[in-house]
Design a protein around this ligand. Structure first.
Ligand code: RNT
Ligand code: ZN
Length: 416
């Protein structure tokens, strides 16, 4: 409704905020959307169950079982998400074709991902991000990959990492935008380990080998830390301190997943801490309920706080926003759309705050006025600006869910 926007614009203007400008800026912020919400993180290279201390729960009908199904679902879901989008792929989504059974993860090449590039271009995406897949594979020995004490195992996974760096360079070139390659490994121990340093030294060596040669123009390597996984409660090789120091020394990027810290540690506060030292910070935006449960991202306080740190620090090009959640208990398309739109809504919320004025109040130690202003702006009509953004980008409004229900009836419910 145009009138709603006109009123909203006036109300924001009263606080010195330009809603038109907020809309323009929002349209320029890319969000990298994970392919793995559509198929419960299974992939297409042979695994039929998830491993590595992560888990999807639920068996809502309609899981995508083939590349064709997943692409159809992504095409539909992304059509309900406005703005600049990237696709985040895992190596396990390789389309092997005639190479099935002949090449393993240490032999994947760009060719196995070319259909994804074609598809992403077809639906107008901004680029593809990439992840080596160190889980869901028989070569994980005793649950370990890059930190394995078994040399052939460690070598296999190093080779996989190297292949992924090569593939990523091609992905970057294909879109003329650098490709983020995020390294996450599940390696860890269920119970108190006898050696905590050894695995970390092996991981360090493996990472050094993977990063020995890569295309600095087109690849942005990142490392994602974690505090624990299911069945790996006592020790995680790739911990926060390990990766943060590694990234700093090697001049690569840290990836912060907001499900990967103790519950009272906030990623919103870590973003500016890292921005003081790093030129880029990558995110996995998720929602942990009591643990790293990867629930669908909702428009909650911490999400808004994360968005504020991106916007206020003028870091929309420095913070690489990616989503990482997987709920198998609800319609997977709705899960994608809800989470991605909420990320964008949170960014819009942050763009519509009187940020300069608030900073000034803080610097002048006028904390009463700061509190007052912060509370007043919370109830401004964000929805009026959001609806206008959807209209301008030709994206379905609040009735998007009706379309998802139709798709469920016509497509998803027929898969069994
Ligand atoms: C696991 C990490 C990791 C994965 C994806 C599938 O805890 O968050 O990022 O979720 O790579
Ligand atoms: Zn993650």
């Amino acid at each position: 409704m145009k009138e709603y926007f006109e009123i909203a614009k006036k109300l924001y203007a009263a606080y010195g905020v330009d809603a038109e400008q907020a809309i323009e800026r929002l349209a320029e912020i890319p969000v990298s959307i994970h392919c793995w919400q559509g198929d419960d993180v299974i992939g297409f290279d042979g695994s039929d169950s998830l491993s590595g201390g992560i888990q999807t729960t639920g068996n809502y009908p309609g899981r995508a079982r083939t590349p064709e199904e997943l692409m159809a679902d992504i095409r539909f879901a992304f059509g309900l998400i406005p703005g600049k989008k990237r696709l985040n792929l895992h190596a396990s989504y390789a389309i092997l074709g005639a190479d099935r059974g002949k090449v393993d993860r240490d032999g994947y090449t760009y060719r196995h991902f070319e259909p994804w590039v074609k598809f992403a271009k077809e639906i107008g995406l901004d680029g593809i991000d990439f992840n080596p897949t160190f889980f869901g594979h028989p070569k994980m020995k005793d649950g370990l990959s890059l930190s394995s004490p078994d040399e052939p195992t460690r070598r296999f996974w190093v080779e996989h990492g190297k292949r992924c760096m090569e593939i990523a360079a091609e992905l970057g070139k294909a879109f003329n935008k650098p490709c983020l390659v995020n390294i996450w490994i599940p390696d860890g121990y269920k119970d108190v380990p006898a050696d905590r340093l050894g695995p970390r030294l092996r991981l360090k060596k493996s990472l050094d080998e993977i990063l020995e040669h890569y295309d600095r123009e087109w690849v942005i390597p990142a490392v994602e830390s974690k505090v624990f996984g299911i069945g790996l409660e006592s020790y995680t090789v790739g911990s926060n301190e390990f990766y943060q120091n590694y990234a700093a020394k090697k001049n690569i990027c840290c990836l912060l997943d907001n499900g990967h810290y103790h519950p009272l540690e906030y990623v919103s506060d870590k973003i500016p801490a890292l921005l003081a030292f790093y030129d880029k910070v990558a995110l996995h935006v998720t929602r942990g309920v009591r643990w790293d449960s990867d629930h669908v991202v909702l428009l909650e306080d911490e999400l808004k706080e994360i968005a504020k740190e991106i916007v206020r620090n003028d870091a929309t090009e420095k913070v690489l926003i990616g989503l990482d959640y997987f709920d198998a208990s609800i319609n997977r398309i709705a899960a994608w759309v809800t989470g991605a739109r909420n990320m964008q809504k949170a960014l819009l919320y942050a763009l519509l705050l009187p940020n300069a004025r608030m900073k000034e109040l803080q610097d002048n130690a006028d904390f009463t006025a700061l509190m007052n202003l912060g509370e007043e702006v919370k109830t401004l009509p964000l929805g009026g600006v959001w609806d206008e953004y959807l209209a301008r980008t030709h994206t379905a409004g609040s009735d998007w869910y009706n379309e998802v229900r139709k798709y469920e009836e016509n497509v998803l419910s027929k898969r069994n």
